[in-house]
Design a protein around this ligand. Structure first.
Ligand SMILES: *[C@@H]1O[C@H](CO)[C@@H](O)[C@H](O)[C@H]1NC(C)=O
Ligand SMILES: *[C@@H]1O[C@H](CO)[C@@H](O)[C@H](O)[C@H]1NC(C)=O
Ligand SMILES: *[C@@H]1O[C@H](CO)[C@@H](O)[C@H](O)[C@H]1NC(C)=O
Ligand SMILES: *[C@@H]1O[C@H](CO)[C@@H](O)[C@H](O)[C@H]1NC(C)=O
Ligand SMILES: *[C@@H]1O[C@H](CO)[C@@H](O)[C@H](O)[C@H]1NC(C)=O
Ligand SMILES: *[C@@H]1O[C@H](CO)[C@@H](O)[C@H](O)[C@H]1NC(C)=O
Ligand SMILES: *[C@@H]1O[C@H](CO)[C@@H](O)[C@H](O)[C@H]1NC(C)=O
Length: 507
C-alpha cells in the first residue's frame, strides 16, 4: 500500500504545479496507472460495489442510481475511456436531485470516481482526449458544488474520534477555526460520547480497589439526549455548537443492522495504521495507569505496577481493555452492541458493516498519507484556513513523559506481537479507508486545480446580500452565515456554481 501514499503526494504535487486546463487529469491518471498495486484495484471494486448497494437501499431514485453506477462501471472493460466519461456525464444531467440527499451524493461521487480511476488503470491503450478531460472537469465541478452546499446547509460537523488517531489535533484545528464547541476537545458528556476503554470493575479487581479514569467501559448505552440523531442535533444546537467530537462509536444501539451515521451532520473521520494506533493506545493507557497507581492516592507501589501491567500478560489486557486492544477501529463504527462484543468477536461481517458506514462519511482522512493530504481535506473540504503544521501537535512521547512514563518502562513487544495478529478486521477496514481518502484527495485536488474555493460560496452570498454580519466567521463551511446562504440559495447555485445564478435567485 505504500504506493498509494506516493500516489497521493504526487497527485498533490501535480495539483499545485500543473496549470489549470493543461492536461492535468491526463497527468494524474497516467501517474496513477503507473503506480498502483493490486490492492488499490481490489479496493476500488469493493467501493463501487458497496456504494451501489448503499444507493439501492436509499429511497430517492434508488433504482435509477443503482442503474447509473452499473452503467458507468459496466463500460469499464470494453468501451473507451471517452465513452465512460460521456456516459457518466449524461447520467448526471438526469440526477440533479441528488443535491437533496447528502448520502446519495456521497455514494455517487465515490462510486463514479472509483469507476473512472479503475477504468483508467485497466485500460490497455491509454487514450484520453479533450472531451473526456472536460467531462471530468464538469463532473468534479458538480460534485464539489454539491459538497459545499450540502455541508453548509447541515452546518454541524460530527467528528468520529477514534482514540489515538489524531483526534486531539483535529479538534484543536476546529477550535482554531472558531468552531463553536464544548470546552476541551469538543466532547459532550451528556451525549455519552466519551471513550470507553477500561472496565472499571476489572481494574479494581486487579489493583485491589483502585478506580481509574476512562473506565466508562461498563456504561454501555448513551443517555437519552444522545440516543437519536434528532435529539443529538437539538441538544447541540441549544448550545449553538457547530462541532462535536464523538469518541465512542456510531449511533444505534440494539443491533449492528440499525447502526447509522447521522445524516443531519457533516461526518468526518481520521484513520491511521491500526498497528501504530494500537501500540500508541496501549502505551498511553499504561502511562495513565502508572500515574494513577503511583500518584498521591495510589496504593500500589512501583513493583506492583510493573508486575501487573508490564509482564505482557495478554489475559490481563483482555479483562481490562477488551475493546481498545481488539479491532478498535471496526468497533468505533458498528454501534453500541457491536462495540462491546467480547474479545475475538469481531469478524468479516462486522467489517462489511463498518465499511458500509465509512462510505457514508463526507470526508475520510488518512493520517499516514501525510500532512499535505490532510491539509487539502480540511482546507478545500471544510473551508478551514489552516495547515496541520500550524498546530502544536504534541508528540506522543511528550504526552508520555509528562505522565512520567517512557516506553522502556513496559517494553511489551511480545504482547504487541500477539495482539497485532488479531487485528485483521481493522486492517481490512483501513485498506478501504485509505482508498476512500485517495478518492477524496483526487476529488478535492481537482476542484482546487480548477480554481474552485470554499470561500467563493461566502463571496457569492455577500453579493446576494444574505450574509449575516461579516465578523460572524468561523468553522469554515459550518459557520452560521454559510448555513443562512445555503438555505436561501437556490439549487441553481449548486448546479452552475456561478455567482450569477445565486444573485438572481436571492432577490
Ligand atoms: C461488454 O462486453 C460484454 C461481453 O463481452 C457485454 O455483455 C457487455 O454488454 C459489454 N458492455 C458494454 C457497456 O458494452
Ligand atoms: C469523445 O467523445 C466526444 C463526445 O463526448 C466525441 O465528440 C469525440 O469524438 C470522442 N472522441 C473519440 C476519440 O472517440
Ligand atoms: C461543461 O460545462 C460547461 C458549463 O456548464 C458547458 O458549457 C460545457 O459544454 C460542458 N462541457 C462538457 C464537455 O460537457
Ligand atoms: C467487567 O469486568 C467484570 C469483572 O471482571 C466482569 O464481571 C464484567 O462482566 C465486565 N463487564 C463487561 C461489560 O464485560
Ligand atoms: C495472567 O494473568 C492472569 C490473571 O490476571 C493469571 O491467572 C495468569 O496466570 C497470568 N498469566 C501469566 C503467564 O502470568
Ligand atoms: C488564511 O490565513 C492566512 C494566514 O494565517 C491569511 O493571510 C489569509 O488571509 C487567510 N485567508 C482567509 C481566506 O481567511
Ligand atoms: C517517575 O517514575 C520513576 C520510575 O518509574 C519513579 O522512580 C519516580 O519517582 C517518578 N517521578 C515522579 C515525579 O513521579
Amino acid at each position: 500500500m505504500l504506493s498509494v501514499v506516493v500516489l497521493i503526494s504526487t497527485l498533490l504535487f501535480l495539483f499545485v504545479q500543473v496549470p489549470q486546463g493543461a492536461g492535468l487529469l491526463l497527468e494524474v491518471l497516467r501517474y496513477a496507472s503507473e503506480n498502483v498495486d493490486k490492492s488499490l484495484e481490489q479496493e476500488l471494486r469493493v467501493i463501487i460495489e458497496v456504494s451501489s448497494l448503499a444507493s439501492r437501499s436509499s429511497t430517492i431514485n434508488s433504482a435509477d442510481l443503482a442503474g447509473l453506477a452499473k452503467h458507468v462501471c459496466a463500460a469499464r472493460c470494453n468501451t473507451t475511456f471517452n465513452q465512460t466519461m460521456a456516459n457518466s456525464k449524461d447520467s448526471f444531467e438526469r440526477f440533479w436531485s441528488l443535491t437533496e440527499d447528502p448520502g446519495l451524493a456521497i455514494a455517487t461521487r465515490r462510486s463514479v470516481l472509483a469507476c473512472i480511476i479503475l477504468h483508467w488503470i485497466l485500460q490497455k491503450e491509454r487514450k484520453f482526449d479533450d472531451h473526456a478531460e472536460k467531462d471530468l472537469e464538469n463532473i468534479t465541478r458538480w460534485f464539489y458544488n454539491v459538497h459545499l452546499h450540502s455541508v453548509a446547509q447541515r452546518g454541524l460537523l460530527e467528528y468520529l474520534h477514534i482514540s489515538k488517531s489524531g483526534g486531539t489535533s483535529f479538534s484543536e484545528a476546529a477550535a482554531l477555526n472558531d468552531c463553536s464547541m464544548a470546552p476541551g476537545i469538543g466532547q459532550v458528556e451528556e451525549l455519552g460520547d466519551l471513550p470507553r476503554w477500561i472496565n472499571g470493575t476489572a481494574f479494581e479487581e486487579v489493583t485491589g480497589g483502585i478506580d481509574i479514569m476512562w473506565s466508562y467501559y461498563s456504561t454501555k448505552g448513551r443517555p437519552s439526549e444522545g440516543q437519536t440523531c434528532t435529539r443529538r442535533r437539538a441538544y447541540l444546537k441549544e448550545f449553538g455548537y457547530n462541532y462535536v467530537s464523538n469518541e465512542f462509536t456510531l449511533h444505534g444501539g440494539s443491533s449492528e443492522r440499525n447502526t447509522h451515521v447521522c445524516p443531519q451532520m457533516v461526518n468526518v473521520v481520521t484513520l491511521r495504521d491500526p498497528d501504530t494506533r494500537l501500540a500508541s493506545h496501549l502505551h498511553y493507557m499504561l502511562a495513565r495507569v502508572k500515574k494513577r497507581l503511583l500518584g498521591k492516592n495510589g496504593k500500589v507501589d512501583e513493583g506492583n505496577f510493573f508486575d501487573i501491567f508490564c509482564a505482557g500478560n495478554v489475559t490481563v489486557w483482555e479483562r481490562l481493555a477488551p475493546t481498545a486492544i481488539d479491532n478498535y477501529n471496526v468497533r468505533s463504527f458498528i454501534g453500541e452492541r457491536g462495540f462491546h462484543m467480547p474479545v475475538g468477536g469481531i469478524g468479516p461481517e462486522d467489517v462489511e458493516i463498518a465499511r458500509r458506514l465509512l462510505l457514508q462519511f463526507d470526508l475520510v482522512l488518512d493520517l499516514d498519507a501525510g500532512s499535505e493530504t490532510v491539509d487539502l481535506a480540511i482546507q478545500q473540504g471544510l473551508g478551514w484556513n489552516l495547515s496541520m503544521l500550524d498546530l502544536h501537535v504534541r508528540s506522543s512521547s511528550w504526552a508520555l513523559s509528562k505522565l512520567n512514563y517512557s516506553k522502556e518502562d513496559c517494553p511489551n513487544d511480545e504482547l504487541l506481537r500477539t495482539l497485532r495478529n488479531r487485528q485483521n478486521p481493522d486492517r481490512a477496514l483501513y485498506s478501504t479507508g485509505r482508498t476512500l481518502a485517495l478518492l477524496d484527495g483526487v476529488f478535492l485536488g481537482v476542484a482546487r486545480a480548477l480554481g474552485l474555493r470554499p470561500v467563493v460560496l461566502a463571496t457569492m452570498e455577500v453579493a446576494a446580500g444574505v450574509l449575516v454580519p461579516r465578523d460572524e466567521t468561523g468553522c469554515g463551511l459550518m459557520r452560521p452565515a454559510a448555513v443562512e446562504g445555503a438555505r436561501r440559495g437556490d439549487a441553481a447555485t449548486a448546479r452552475g456554481g456561478g455567482g450569477k445564478a445565486s444573485r438572481s435567485s436571492a432577490k
